[in-house]
Design a protein around this ligand. Structure first.
Ligand code: NDP
Ligand code: 2IT
Length: 444
């Protein structure tokens, strides 16, 4: 039995039923096999055995009172997965599906993604099964305050710096920041994704979507293709999806469909981004409402059917496991030549293998969506300096980071015998930096 298989078996045995976490570990581990042939010192130091075990997983009760004076209880999580190269860093997800498996898969992926950015940030993630949908602002505030009352014991600007993810945007970050400051009497960069007025970075809002397109543009250009004239389908209509749309359009592509968990909207003339922003960002309504603003836009129920639409480039930007092998086959059959993961783990392992075997240009999440956390690290840098850069300065840095990630992943793929395979390249490049840091720091 191979070394990697032995470690995988032990992870399966220690984390029963945690399907998302096991999927994320499996996807990484088997791509690392060539590394251990060249680096037996990693095996001797038990790097792999240590990296799959979170340094800490904190689970806590979050009680709060809703608008009808009823006590509600949610469950809060923070996983501090790996702190070898910097303070733990990663978003908070508020969604009813959140559990330990989901938080651990996200935290595990974050280790390698954060490493790829080239910036000093370790891997972490957190969240709650709280559902912000349909809650009043005051309910969201009460929940955030209760959540932070507990979380504040474990985070800090040099310890662990959370940010947004699904269900956590500027509103939630504001409430969380305000409560941390009150509890600790400390004005520090404990969270990123803050408002511009109180320490946020320009371009953080746009960063994940823009970064995805900068990465995919590099991948397309290196293979003689471009976004110019391409038909693009984007799932989701949240933070990542909206700014991916904006950048695709700037580069001459046409986004013909977007979705939320109810269904998708389609418009052959291109989805009107202003309408989506009004409905989703300003009014917090459902995507089907866009049809009342733009006559040519049609709504269809069922979010996974979005992948039946014929497109050149598919950008899953909603959630994990959106694209399975059946959908992957459909996309390839319809002529899709590139897939970029804006969401975390939106494609199953079988789907990824199918894309790669069929020469689809594939941008894996750890590389392709790293622009958000990279810009969070730039926010941390600006907070430390007590200074702020202009939008253009941050955007140029973001673009350089995404191009560097592309180059690092390409070089690692080539060096370890999988030229052109961005999955292998991103996993190996991300892993080696963390492995070297762990080796240097001894068994901790
Ligand atoms: P938002 O909450 O802003 O938007 C999420 C979007 O995805 C919504 O349209 C939502 O629809 C849809 N969605 C969420 N869960 C499901 C589900 N179970 N089934 C179908 N649709 C769903 O989140 P973000 O845009 O921030 O995050 C999207 C993805 O990108 C996530 O995978 C996240 O981890 C990843 N990501 C985010 C980064 C960031 O900086 N924000 C950075 C890197 C990755 P509905 O409103 O109906 O729930
Ligand atoms: O998945 C992710 O990289 C994020 N949700 C962003 C994390 C961050 O700290 O900005």
């Amino acid at each position: 039995m191979s070394y990697v298989q032995k470690v995988m078996d032990s992870v399966i045995q220690k984390n029963p039923g945690e399907t998302e976490f096991l999927q994320a570990v499996k996807e990484v581990l088997f791509t690392l096999e060539p590394v251990f042939d060249q680096h037996p010192e990693y095996v001797r130091a038990g790097i792999l055995e240590r990296i799959v075990e979170p340094e800490r997983l904190i689970i806590f009760r979050v009680p709060w009172i809703d608008d009808s004076d009823t006590v509600q209880v949610n469950r809060g999580f923070r996983v501090q997965f790996n702190g070898a190269i910097g303070p733990y860093k990663g978003g908070l997800r508020f969604h009813p599906s959140v559990n330990a498996s989901i938080i651990k898969f996200l935290g595990f992926e974050q280790i390698f993604k954060n490493s790829l950015t080239g910036l000093p940030i370790g891997g972490g993630k957190g969240g709650s099964d709280f559902d912000p949908k349909g809650k009043s602002d005051i309910e969201v505030m009460r929940f955030c305050q209760s959540f932070m009352t507990e979380l504040s014991k474990y985070v800090g600007a040099d310890i662990d710096v959370p940010a947004g993810d699904i269900g956590v945007g500027a509103r939630e970050i504001g409430y969380l920041f305000g409560w941390y400051k009150k509890l600790k009497n400390s004005y520090e960069g404990v969270l990123t994704g803050k408002g511009i007025e109180y320490g946020g970075s320009l371009a953080r809002t746009e960063a994940t979507g823009y970064g995805l397109i900068y990465f995919m543009d590099e991948l397309l250009k290196s293979n003689g293709k471009s976004f110019n004239g391409a038909k693009v389908v984007i799932s989701g209509s949240g933070n990542v999806a909206i700014y991916a749309h904006q950048k695709v359009t700037e580069l001459g592509g046409k986004v013909i469909a977007m979705s939320d968990s109810d269904g998708f909207i389609y418009d052959a003339d291109g989805i009107d981004l202003a309408a989506v922003k009004k409905i989703k960002e300003t009014e917090r309504k459902r995507i089907k409402e866009c049809t009342s603003i733009v006559g040519s836009t049609k709504f269809y129920e069922g979010c996974t059917n979005i992948w039946d639409i014929k497109c050149d480039v598919a950008l899953p930007c909603a959630t994990q496991n959106e694209i399975d092998i059946v959908i992957a086959k459909k996309l390839v059959e319809n002529g899709c030549f590139a897939v970029g993961e804006g969401a975390n783990m939106p494609c199953s392992i079988e789907a990824i293998d199918y894309f790669i075997n069929n020469k689809v240009l594939f941008g894996p999440a750890k590389a392709a969506n790293a622009g958000g956390v990279a810009t969070s690290a730039l926010e941390m840098a600006q907070n430390s300096m007590r200074y702020s850069w202009s939008f253009e300065e941050v955007d140029i840095r973001l673009k350089n980071i995404m191009v560097n990630i592309y180059n690092k992943a390409s070089e690692a793929a080539k060096k370890y015998g999988h030229e052109g395979n961005m999955v292998v390249g991103a996993n190996i490049a991300g892993f080696i930096k963390v492995a070297e840091a762990m080796l240097a720091q001894g068994v901790v």
